[in-house]
Design a protein around this ligand. Structure first.
Ligand code: SAM
Length: 316
């Protein structure tokens, strides 16, 4: 038990991430934006490894920023922490006088801390109010979605963001259940999902609640739209010889990264800008997505689903 708790806090694909970023960060006074700072695990190791690196760490979760601030305090002014959604990456950089950075890291999804915090409602294994907002100060929470949305809307969310084939059955059962009493806890929702899925399917494929919980989390935090805006903005921010690494954990996220990287690495006209000041091109550093090593998957459950992609900006 102790081992599992400890392992969950090890940053995923740490060595590979550092290896991919190293050429870009081996310059004088490099800057890296950690767009998903979380508990600062990757950032801490990068600051240790590169003596004059400065990191701007973004997170939309204030409690993650507080914990990261304590962990990273010894690096003093080499770290700047920013409470923001990562599609604001260009503004975050420009407000600090930066138009280009040498490295960018996205380690997507929720952190182990968010899953462990029993009051956040991310985990189907802890009984908690259904919330699931990464920034609890704003937006619609999962309890509002589950108790107010129509069958059609719930089905779409669960199917599209959870890739759940029993979406319509789950939505119907949620609606039946909430006629009796509002569905307000994670355990109550997990039970409804379990009952919606045919018994034969329940025996295979892990916890049946996993996909629906993922779907609600993605919807509540508007994760797909935000990511679709953030990746092109981040690509624009890379300096020549700058590198970006993205760790994603499900196919919807990975597809967005794959497409955005393919778009800039294959198009002849540099993407987006009407007038490119200096012709640049992007080169994929990972042919297709990479997985974590077998040893890492064995010791860190979160690493089992990671897909690693990296790209470099070059002078054309
Ligand atoms: C997997 S954790 C990062 C863990 C981190 N790499 C570490 O080693 O400690 C992802 C973090 O990204 C944050 N996050 C997710 N989506 C975000 C967004 N759109 N904007 C800003 N932060 C986001 C979450 O709040 C969470 O703290």
């Amino acid at each position: 038990m102790k081992k599992a708790m400890h392992d969950e806090h090890i940053p995923v694909a740490l060595e590979r991430t550092i290896e991919l970023l190293t050429p870009a960060l081996s310059v004088t006074s490099p800057y890296l934006i950690d767009a998903t700072l979380g508990l600062g695990g990757h950032t801490e190791k990068l600051l240790e490894r590169f003596a004059d690196l400065h990191v701007i760490g973004i997170d939309r979760d204030k409690s993650a920023l507080e914990k990261a601030a304590a962990r990273l305090a010894r690096f003093n002014e080499r770290v700047t922490l920013v409470h923001a959604v990562y599609d604001q990456i260009a503004n975050v950089a420009s407000e600090r006088g930066l138009t280009q950075v040498q490295g960018i890291l996205f380690d997507l999804g929720v952190s182990s801390m968010q899953l462990d915090q029993s009051d956040r409602g991310f985990a189907y294994s802890h009984d908690a109010p259904l919330d699931m907002r990464m920034d609890q100060s704003t937006g619609v929470s999962a309890v509002e979605v589950v108790n107010n949305y129509s069958h059609e809307e719930l089905t779409r969310i669960i199917r599209e963001y959870g890739e759940e084939k029993f979406a319509s059955r789950i939505a119907a059962r949620i609606i039946d259940a909430r006629k009796v009493a509002p569905v307000t806890s994670t355990i109550a929702l997990a039970q409804i999902i379990k009952e919606s899925i045919p018994a034969a399917t329940r025996r295979t494929g892990g916890n049946p609640a996993k996909r629906t919980f993922q779907a609600l989390r993605i919807y509540v935090n508007n994760e797909i739209d935000v990511l679709e805006r953030a990746i092109p903005a981040a690509l624009e921010l890379l300096a020549i010889s700058g590198r970006m690494v993205v760790l994603s954990y499900h196919s919807l996220e990975d597809r967005i990264i794959k497409r955005a990287f393919a778009h800039v690495s294959t198009s002849e006209v540099p993407h987006g800008l009407p007038v490119e000041p200096e012709p640049t091109s992007y080169h994929l550093l990972t042919r297709s997505s990479e997985s974590a090593s077998a040893e890492e998957m064995e010791s860190n459950p979160r690493a089992q689903s990671v897909r690693i992609r990296a790209i470099e900006r070059r002078a054309a």
